[in-house]
Design a protein around this ligand. Structure first.
Ligand code: ZN
Length: 264
């Protein structure tokens, strides 16, 4: 999208003069806490900006128009065509799982889900993210996935392709809360940035950090690899806010954080 048009659309959905916030799936928006005092009692991401306190909230991924009424003003999430992505996995045992692999995947998904439910009050997140890898975008957020021609869950992450061994840096500071070798994700870790903002890193060849470590923005956490279920070396990067997978590509746009407050 043209940059001015992008900023203008940010202005529209962050503008409190409108009685409704209109937003694309996977984007985030700000609500001034003074306008919606009850929000303070909820487990959301709170930030201070220009002397005011805001809740930063996610628009969930949706395939159809969705209206959210749980805040002080209605939030309309647009229907958006993100396109599709078709991949071929030649090792069919990674697609049609046997019993023991299915059990493994189930256990791993429970462990990951539990970690992603973390809400830390001791970490103050920054939304000034930088790209974790100097690579090429190979699959964007929201694409409908087809694996070996069969429809699968949409791709709610950003894929950054780079050569095996390319450094992966922390896009924002956080605490390492999970490290493991998982069936689909390969060498995998989760960073907890605080207040329900988390990010995950899949398919790494090497991991350089330990569970419990606090990592600064820019710190090398590992290297790009092709562990788990992949078609080539890349980082599959997911960002979670209040348990919703949001669009990582937006977070690394220039002045994105400041743009959330246009119109207030
Ligand atoms: Zn991916």
């Amino acid at each position: 999208m043209h940059k001015n048009l992008f900023l203008f659309s940010l202005f529209l959905y962050s503008c409190s003069l409108f009685s409704e916030i209109v937003i694309d799936p996977g984007e985030i928006f700000a609500i001034k806490v003074d306008d919606c005092p009850n929000i303070q009692t909820q487990r959301e991401l709170f930030v201070d900006f220009a002397g005011n306190k805001y809740a930063i909230l996610p628009a969930p991924f949706t395939k159809d128009v969705l209206v959210i009424n749980k805040y002080c003003l209605p939030i309309k999430v647009n229907k958006k065509n993100f396109g599709e992505s078709r991949i071929t996995i030649e090792n069919t045992s990674m697609v049609d799982l046997n019993k023991s692999d299915s059990e493994r995947v189930f256990k791993e998904s429970q462990l990951i889900k539990q970690s992603l439910n973390t809400y830390s009050e001791d970490l103050q997140p920054s939304l000034n993210f930088i790209s974790p890898v100097n690579g090429i975008i190979s699959s964007r957020y929201g694409k409908q996935r087809y694996i070996n021609e069969k429809p699968r869950s949409p791709h709610l992450a950003l894929d950054l392709a780079a050569a095996e061994g390319t450094p992966i840096i922390a896009p924002s500071s956080g605490r390492v809360i999970l490290i493991g070798d998982f069936f689909y994700s390969g060498n995998y870790l989760i960073l907890d940035h605080g207040n329900g903002l988390l990010s995950s890193y899949s398919h790494m060849s090497k991991i350089y950090v330990e569970k419990g470590e606090i990592i600064n923005q820019g710190h090398v956490i590992g290297e790009v690899g092709s562990t788990g279920r992949v078609t080539g070396p890349h980082l599959h990067w997911s960002v979670y806010l209040s348990k919703q997978r949001i669009n990582p590509e937006s977070l690394i746009k220039e002045n994105y954080f400041e743009s959330l407050f246009n119109g207030f």
